[in-house]
Structures are given as structure tokens and as C-alpha cells.
Design a protein around this ligand. Structure first.
Ligand code: UD1
Ligand code: CA
Length: 457
């Protein structure tokens, strides 16, 4: 195969996004900026280089897009032909160039490889589509032999051309020797007074270079984003595609229209996911797992047979085999639950290990703690881990019973089989096997008289 080069156009202003401070191509599909998606797809073609043509919003792009690409600055947006021309210094006369767009985020490797193969060594290939409503797009003009002879922009069509439903997606493969030649002979004698990249098709015809056209297998692959409505539309199309693929692989989504993946998901067999669950980053689910409705999971590993009840928020954490979490639980970074752990409602766990079979069922904060096996942490317990400056550790052994409302003022250690009395403020270590109580003695005042309202008359 010949050497490949990629040019990604991203210099347009994106005014219709109505974003004050965010360039269009930094808006995300499934949690990843559109431009990053296009660059990642381009990388899969193993090109010699990738050139991204950018305009006035370049600084933000440089800051936020970290890929080994050549940034090419197009100071004035004089048209798509002019944009590709600004990248020519990075493209030799041999090989071929693939033209892509920063705002056409879902183009895939397979379609591009097809396009590259039909272009062969010396021909132009254009990716087309057939649309019920072709307005706004360049039309593909064919001769009586059905050969593609030119592309006419929507603003330049005559009444007959206007009816053509075969449109230009804007994605091409062009042999470099011609690309250099043709881009240098473009003019801007057209309705928009722009240097149109599309004019290379007519130039190819003049030079007897064949132009092949293939239709994109699914329209969304070549759909562009101009405003937030189109962004949301593509997002949902993409999510449904992923949902469909996952379901074909055996994942049960109770409603594939209410599933959102913003990252990667690996799952075992018999996993059931209820509605409105959002997955961010890298999540790994074992076998036979249930995720309840309205949960958010970010970088989470969940082992076999675990249940996550509704409205739980899990981030950078690990849930052990057969553990139960939620409803309304929050597992923060470095929470690590062993097998059979139960975390109940309104419980927050951060940077803590909880041992096999231990339970933290109600209204509790566990931070910077290590809890052993089969311990029970009573409702309203708090590990007071922060002295205002530093964080301190709480260590609780095996088979402990921490009474409701215990304040564990860290650093503190509770020995195996220890019990703390409800409402205790624990500031010193609690010995094994003993009950530790730390609260003021209860008294009742027999002489006390309940105050009565004064008679105002
Ligand atoms: C272009 C095609 C049209 C096709 C349509 C598909 C041309 C002349 N027309 O039209 O045939 O049907 O795409 O969506 O190519 N850009 C730059 N620098 C510029 C001009 C544009 O980087 O000077 C970038 C824009 O950011 C945008 C893309 O190129 O991402 C397309 O430009 P735009 O002017 O929107 O072309 P269309 O009118 O959509
Ligand atoms: Ca456009």
C-alpha cells in the first residue's frame, strides 16, 4: 500500500454552536472531543502524518488536544480548498491524502479503508451519500456513463442539479501528485467566493484521472455537527449503536435508549443494567451483576454477583464479589470493598478498605479507614479523619460492633471483637474484646420543674 497522509479541517468558526469560549471541535460525543475522535480514527490508518488545519481558536486546541499531529494555521477561512492547501508543505508529491473534518466525528476506520482501497494508487475517491433532503450539500454530478464529473455546491446549483439526491460528504482520498497540482489551480469564481476543495473533481476529469464514488454505509458516519441540536442527535445515534453492539454481545440493557457510555466498558455474562446508568472512563464488570437505575460509574471494577442499587455514585473504586451497594451510596476514589460487603443508603466511603462480610448500612462516613472482616458499623458513624490540616487513619479490626453515632477521632485503632457504645466519641484506641463507651453519664433531675408561661395580666 502507498504512503498515506491525513488532513483534518477544523478552522471553521462554528458560530452556530453559540458557544462563547469553546471551539466547535472541542465539543464532545460520548465524553470525547469530536476532534480527538477524528484524530484517533485517522491514527488507525497508520498515516505518515496527520495535519489539523485550525483557525483563530487554535490556542485552546493546542492546550486540550494531545496527539502527535502537525497543527497548520489557516489565518483566513478562504474555503476548504484553501484550507487543504495550507497543509501542503507537510505533504510530499508521492502517496495519497485522506481529507477529514473535525466536526464529522463518527467516521470510522472501515469506511475510510474502503475508500482508500477504491482510490488505488492513482485515482480519486469520494465518499457520498444519498439523502431525501439534499439541500445544503454539494451535489454529485455524473455523466451519461455514470462517471462522476464534478461536484456543484448547493449555493451554485441550477434547478435541475438541485434535485440530485446524491451528495458529497466532503471526505476524499486524493493522490498527492494531483493534489499539489489541482490545489494550485483553484479559483474562487463561485457564489461564496471561496476556494472550493470540491472543484478538484472537475479538474480530475480534465486530467482524465478517474473519480470513484462510494456511498457511506450508514449516514451518521459522515454527518457533521453545526449546532447543539445536531451534536445531541449524533450523540444519541452513537449511544444507540453502542447499546446495540453490547446487547448483541449479551449485555442486558433494560432500555437501550437510556444508556450512556463515555469511555470503555468491559462486561461478563448475565449483566443487567437498568435505565439511566452513565458509565465514564474505564469500567469493568464481572458476571451476573445488577446495576440499578440512575447510577453513575466512573473507573469502577465490580466483581461477580454484586448488586448496585439505584441512585449510587461510584468513582475510582472496587466492589467485591457478591457485595451490595446502595441505594444512594457514594463510593469515592480508592474505596475497596471485599466480598459480601454491604454498603447501604447515604453512606460515603473514601480511600478505605472494607473487609469480607462487613456492613456499613446507614448514614455513615468512612474515610481513610481500614475495616476488617465481619464488622458492623452502626448508623451515623463518622470517621473523623481530618483535623483541619491533615488526614488521619482509622483502623477497625474483625468482628467489631461500632455503636450508632460513634465518632472515631483519627488516628485511632479499634481491636478485634471490640464494641463501642452508641454515641461515643472515641479518641483513644479501643482494646480487643471490650466495650468502650465514652459519653457523659446520664442523669435525671427529680427536682426539675417544667417552666410555665408567665401570666401577663
Ligand atoms: C462542504 C463541501 C460540500 C459538502 C459538505 C458536507 C466544499 C466547498 N463543500 O460544504 O460539497 O456537501 O461540506 O458537509 O468543500 N473549513 C476550514 N477552512 C475553511 C473553510 C472550511 O477549515 O476555509 C472547514 C470547516 O471548519 C468545516 C469544513 O471545512 O469543518 C467544511 O466547511 P464548510 O464551509 O462548512 O463547507 P460546507 O458548505 O459544509
Ligand atoms: Ca458544513
Amino acid at each position: 500500500m502507498q504512503d498515506l497522509y491525513v488532513v483534518i479541517l477544523a478552522a471553521g468558526q462554528g458560530t452556530r454552536m453559540k458557544s462563547q469560549n469553546k471551539p466547535k471541535v472541542l465539543h464532545s460525543i460520548a465524553g470525547k472531543p469530536m476532534l480527538s475522535r477524528v484524530i484517533e480514527t485517522a491514527e488507525k490508518l497508520n498515516p505518515n502524518n496527520i495535519n489539523v488545519v485550525v483557525g483563530h481558536e487554535k490556542e485552546q486546541l493546542f492546550e486540550q488536544i494531545h496527539f502527535p499531529v502537525n497543527w497548520v494555521i489557516q489565518d483566513e477561512q478562504l474555503g476548504t480548498g484553501h484550507a487543504v492547501k495550507t497543509a501542503l508543505p507537510n505533504i510530499p508529491e508521492e502517496g495519497a491524502t485522506v481529507v477529514l473534518y473535525g466536526d464529522v466525528p463518527l467516521i470510522d476506520e472501515e469506511t475510510l479503508k474502503n475508500l482508500i482501497s477504491i482510490a488505488g494508487n492513482n485515482e480519486v475517491a469520494v465518499l457520498t451519500d444519498v439523502l431525501e433532503d439534499p439541500s445544503g450539500y454539494g451535489r454529485i454530478i455524473r455523466n451519461e456513463k455514470n462517471h462522476v464529473i464534478k461536484i456543484v455546491e448547493d449555493k451554485d446549483v441550477d434547478s435541475e442539479q438541485r434535485l440530485i439526491k446524491e451528495i458529497n460528504t466532503g471526505i476524499y482520498v486524493i493522490p498527492n501528485q494531483y493534489l499539489h497540482q489541482w490545489l494550485n489551480s483553484l479559483n474562487n469564481n463561485n457564489a461564496q467566493q471561496e476556494y472550493y476543495l470540491t472543484d478538484i473533481v472537475a479538474l480530475a476529469n480534465e486530467d482524465n484521472v478517474p473519480v470513484k464514488a462510494i456511498r457511506v454505509p450508514k449516514s451518521y458516519l459522515a454527518m457533521g455537527v453545526n449546532d447543539k441540536i445536531q451534536l445531541a442527535t449524533l450523540e444519541r445515534i452513537y449511544q444507540r449503536e453502542i447499546a446495540k453492539q453490547f446487547m448483541q454481545q449479551g449485555l442486558m440493557l433494560l432500555d437501550p435508549n437510556r444508556f450512556d457510555l463515555r469511555g470503555d466498558l468491559i462486561f461478563g455474562s448475565d449483566v443487567i443494567i437498568d435505565v439511566n446508568v452513565v458509565f465514564e472512563g474505564n469500567n469493568v464488570l464481572g458476571n451476573n451483576i445488577n446495576i440499578g437505575a440512575h447510577c453513575l460509574l466512573k473507573n469502577v471494577t465490580i466483581h461477580d454477583n454484586a448488586i448496585i442499587h439505584p441512585f449510587s455514585h461510584l468513582e475510582d473504586c472496587e466492589v467485591g464479589e457478591s457485595a451490595k451497594v446502595g441505594p444512594y451510596a457514594r463510593l469515592r476514589p480508592k474505596a475497596k470493598l471485599a466480598k459480601d460487603v454491604h454498603i447501604g443508603n447515604f453512606v460515603e466511603v473514601k480511600n478505605s478498605k472494607i473487609g469480607i462480610g462487613s456492613k456499613v448500612n446507614h448514614l455513615t462516613y468512612v474515610g481513610d479507614a481500614t475495616i476488617g472482616k465481619n464488622s458492623n458499623i452502626g448508623a451515623g458513624t463518622i470517621t473523623c479523619n481530618y483535623d483541619g490540616v491533615n488526614k488521619h487513619a482509622t483502623i477497625i479490626g474483625d468482628d467489631c460492633l461500632i455503636g450508632s453515632g460513634t465518632m472515631l477521632v483519627a488516628p485511632v485503632t479499634v481491636g478485634n471483637k471490640a464494641t463501642t457504645g452508641a454515641g461515643s466519641v472515641i479518641t483513644k484506641n479501643c482494646p480487643e474484646n471490650q466495650l468502650t463507651v465514652s459519653r457523659s453519664k446520664q442523669i435525671s433531675l427529680a427536682s426539675w420543674v417544667r417552666p410555665e408561661k408567665e401570666n401577663k395580666s
